[in-house]
Write a protein that binds this ligand. Sequence first.
Ligand code: PMP
Length: 435
Amino acid sequence: MSHVFPRHTKIIPPVAVKGEGIYIFDSNGNKYLDGSGGAAVSCLGHSDPDVIAAIKKQVDQLAFAHTGFLSSEPAESLADRLIAHAPEGIERVYFVSGGSEAVESALKLARQYMIETGQPQRTRFISRRQSYHGNTLGALGTGGNEWRREPFAPVMVSASHISPCYEYRLRRDDETQEDYGLRAANELEAELLRQGPENVIGFIAEPVVGATAGAVPAVPGYFKRIREICDQYGILLILDEVMCGMGRTGTLFACEQDGISPDMITIAKGLGAGYQPIGAMLCSGKIYKAIENGSGFFQHGHTYVGHPTACAAADAVVKKLTDGGLAARSAQMGEKLMTALTDAFGQHPQIGDIRGRGMFRGLEIVEDRETKAPFAPEKGIAAKLKKHAFANGLICYPMGGTIDGRQGDHVMLAPPFIITDDQIDELVAKLSKSI
Ligand code: PMP
């Protein structure tokens, strides 16, 4: 009997024993094509020699030093590397152990910024319905997923929610893409006016929505308008790139493609590429200076902040993504994946939409392609697809969810950027068989 607490007590998973490139092997000898990089984590595949060497070297030299006393060479190097590629105005990096901690750090720094700049009445956050920003109480509190929030609502940060920017389901037929983008963004202004903008700390959103919607980018112009509204009302814009960052969409930071600079960015998943647990919160010079000129102390922290071994692994990962050209490969192979998906499913009666950027793609599963009518939730399409795909040796990321009252199913694909042409064909063939 296993003593590990599983995710789902009725589904005991097989035991993974080996990873090689885009494949994972279990103890029964089964081979799985990692078509979603776990959950958009494994951007380099599973046996990258450079990352493994960087970890071994660092462990031999210095595995851990507490940042209460010392910084470390890998943390300094990784921060320099990230800032060199970050959007304009982003100047500092705070390292943590994962995505939820990164979001938690952003929320707390945002609140502290308001206190240190003489705006202590600002206590609220706004995010979007159906969003996911992590599972700790702060991150869960800003998330917009009702069933996740409900049991914990009495004990968590409260936030209000606007509609996501989700063209496939929410753009009206009589609306241009641009008009829809403005309408969706203007919901933020309406919500700010409802709350009293002077009471709000910030707005948090994913530039390309990952697991909860299946790789959905905002329409062009949406985030520019969001940035304008944040500036007009003095609230902070936090972009959650935990899933879509680190080359996943074809650029190191996803928001580069929206042409805006946020006040804070959260990253994780692809940063450690699965080799080490690590996340980071990046913030603007303006925010850092407010702390520097004020109390001088960020009232936050975890034991494993800036963990040298995790930073050494991530430094090797980011070097490969940038200097090694793998983020660009994500863009290039992502187009090939999109073409293969369109060839296989473009006319499929149960696929309503194929979308995404780079190595981050999603398919909308529908009962009727013409009307876009989704399957009834009781049919549990996403769960069935996950099961069939796994039996066919494919790890992909199907999910069911409600977008503004409309239930739908989708599957997210986020394979490692090292995937080859033949492996793309193999992935699509396995997915096709499973669907
Ligand atoms: N934000 C987003 C957008 C995510 O997708 C996730 C994880 N799925 C998180 C935050 C939380 O990250 P973690 O699971 O590493 O805590």
